[in-house]
Design a protein around this ligand. Structure first.
Ligand code: ZN
Length: 220
């Protein structure tokens, strides 16, 4: 059943749909829900942990609906230029193989999740999942294309950096994008508000996607 919240206005607002309703398959991408970005981590996002229940609800619903689930992770070499000691703006975080780079233990990623590792290049920030690669070395966009994904649902951390750059890249690649408003958290409130505005302006739909959950959580 389609609820009122699924109806929106404006050319950029597209009702959320899933595999059965989209012309192309949909996928869920959870961005960088890693220990270092959560409470106690090296670069904790304020309220980062607060999104975990919503993230898990979307993961469960998407899995049940047969969506491809992607989980991106920041995966930096220790000498990344992204870090303060090499001229970047961030304290060291999510260093490859470190405990802080692990996904938050409360995130219930399905075993079939495709892990997208990004920030691997020591000379680049790697904010966007589209800078990342799947375990087989394929670029994220190539993996999406191969599966025919046309609609990406996005949640994760942080709204004003990795989520924003990922969403803008997805839109630039011609994908339909729905940002799951209750499953994101940002570094700064002002920066996050600006980021959401930018994403919407470029064509993303931002919503607390209760209707999406209702529809895809129901077994056929
Ligand atoms: Zn990083």
């Amino acid at each position: 059943m389609r609820t009122e919240s699924a109806h929106t206005t404006g050319p950029a607002a597209i009702p959320p749909t899933f595999a059965g309703e989209d012309a192309d398959p949909a996928a869920l991408l959870i961005v960088d829900v890693q220990k270092d970005f959560c409470a106690g981590g090296a670069l904790a996002v304020p309220q980062g942990d607060s999104i975990l229940p919503a993230v898990n609800r979307y993961l469960e619903a998407a899995t049940r609906a047969g969506l491809v689930v992607y989980a991106s992770r920041d995966w930096h070499p220790s000498d990344s230029r992204h870090f303060t000691q090499r001229g970047g703006i961030w304290p060291p975080h999510c260093v490859q193989g470190s405990s802080g780079a692990e996904f938050h233990p409360e995130v219930k990623l399905p075993a079939s999740s495709v892990i997208i590792s990004k920030g691997i290049d020591p000379g680049a920030d790697g904010y966007s999942a589209f800078d990342g690669q799947a375990p087989d070395g394929r670029r994220f966009l190539d993996d999406l294309r191969q599966r025919g994904v046309g609609h990406l649902y996005v949640g994760g951390l942080a709204t004003d950096y990795c989520v924003k750059y990922t969403v803008l890249d997805a839109l630039a690649a011609g994908l339909m994008v729905t940002v799951l408003a209750d499953a994101i958290a940002g570094v700064s409130p002002v920066g996050s508000a600006v980021a959401l505005e930018q994403m919407e302006k470029r064509g993303a739909t931002v919503r607390t996607n209760v209707a999406f959950l209702d529809r895809i959580a129901r077994p056929e």
